[in-house]
Ligand binder design. Structure first.
Ligand code: F6R
Length: 369
């Protein structure tokens, strides 16, 4: 049942090209236009939406952070991301024109379910991005956009995360097309770029030997930091979460721009820091800004573990290690950049002799508040 792999997590990491490809299946018609049959909300209602709130927990909330960048960029609708348990017990500004998008692998997370119920009471339109057919959250929502990652058994989420991000892109592109903004025509081109991603993930999975070696060398590490900007920021957060859950190591993700506002004080000789570098053609010169962040921490002795696109030579002078990912459009890079961090956490956990599939204190589906 583990398909020849030692753990479910390893199998699920290797299943990721399929999780993305299957989630993309059947989303466009013959003309290339996006169609979302499962989203049973009238186009009129969707056009009237003036704000989106994503509610989710843990890894799903990091997928929600990627969704924020993508949906705001493509569909020009303001998006906020709320941890479901925080949303539920605050006074969120939500009404009939708010689209509340829940993201949940299991569809049974109590915190997320309660947030969805609360949103409906407030009159919001609710869409569930979910991996489990017939589960509770989609049933309690107005509409559902299923991810097709297949069953995820390992407690730590991997392939569901990639599928959630893919579904969020689809939703963003669909809203862009529907509302006819400047990205309406580009939506089809982005769908074609997305269709190339499974092969790139497959390529990347074949390059993980060095990452595994690094994890083995680092089995005694006490603390690891992760930095990213824009869509690389949620990747940094998720990379840190994987390491906490699987290897019980103190790990923290930051927005790289936040470094000088405090976290840089943590940097001393030998501190390992993963840095997720955006592709060189990212808008706003972000690539240059991240390269200078690497330079700053390297100057203070950090061990810089740099995740960069193929062909990006600017990072070499300041990197202790460069982990290469295939080149891709800036917005889609999370589907690649997270993979080496998943493999790193898996391998470090294994090197420490821990239970990869069942980390201590955790349950696959958190059905209590
Ligand atoms: C992390 C992890 C958790 C879940 C979170 C939400 O690896 O598995 O953070 O992502 O508990 O679970 P779902 O998506 O089932 O609502």
């Amino acid at each position: 049942e583990r398909g020849g792999y030692a753990t479910f997590m390893e199998k699920e990491i290797n299943d990721q090209p399929h999780a993305v490809a299957d989630t993309l299946l059947g989303r466009t018609d013959e003309s290339g236009a996006l169609v979302l049959d499962e989203v049973r909300i009238s186009e009129e209602q969707l056009r009237a939406v003036d704000k989106i709130t994503v509610v989710a927990c843990g890894t799903a909330a990091y997928a929600g952070m990627v969704a924020k960048y993508a949906i705001e960029h493509w569909a020009r609708i303001p998006v906020e991301v709320a941890l479901a348990h925080e949303f539920r017990y605050a006074d969120p500004v939500v009404d009939e024109r708010t689209l509340v998008v829940s993201i949940s692998q299991s569809g049974e997370t109590m915190d997320t379910l309660m947030a969805v119920k609360h949103a409906r009471e407030l009159g919001a339109v609710t869409v569930s991005i979910c991996n489990t057919h017939g589960s509770t959250i989609p049933r309690e929502s107005d509409a559902v956009l299923y991810t097709h990652a297949g069953p995820e058994i390992a407690v730590a989420s991997t392939k569901a995360f990639l599928a959630q991000i893919t579904a969020a892109y689809i939703l963003g592109l669909y809203l862009a097309q529907l509302r006819g903004g400047s990205y309406a025509e580009d939506a089809q081109a982005v769908m074609r770029d997305l269709a190339d991603m499974p092969a790139k993930i497959q390529d990347l999975l074949g390059r993980m030997d060095r990452v595994k070696e690094m994890a083995e060398f680092m089995a005694d590490t006490r603390s690891v930091l992760f930095l990213g900007r824009n869509v690389g920021y949620p990747v940094a957060m998720e990379g840190a979460l994987k390491l906490k859950e699987l290897a019980y190591i103190h790990a923290e993700g930051f927005a790289a721009g936040e470094l000088k506002h405090g976290p840089i004080a943590l940097i001393d000789a030998g501190q390992p820091v993963f840095v997720i570098v955006p592709s060189p053609d990212t808008p706003h010169d972000l690539h240059k800004k991240v390269v200078s962040n690497i330079q700053e921490i390297r100057a203070r002795g950090a061990r810089t573990l740099v995740i960069a696109h193929d062909g990006d030579e600017d990072v070499e002078p300041f990197a202790s290690e460069v982990i290469r990912i295939p080149a891709c459009p800036p917005m889609l890079a999370p589907l690649l950049a997270i993979v080496p961090l998943q493999v790193f956490a898996l391998q470090l956990s294994t090197a420490k002799g821990l239970d990869v599939d069942q980390p201590r204190n955790l349950a696959k589906s958190v059905t209590v508040e």
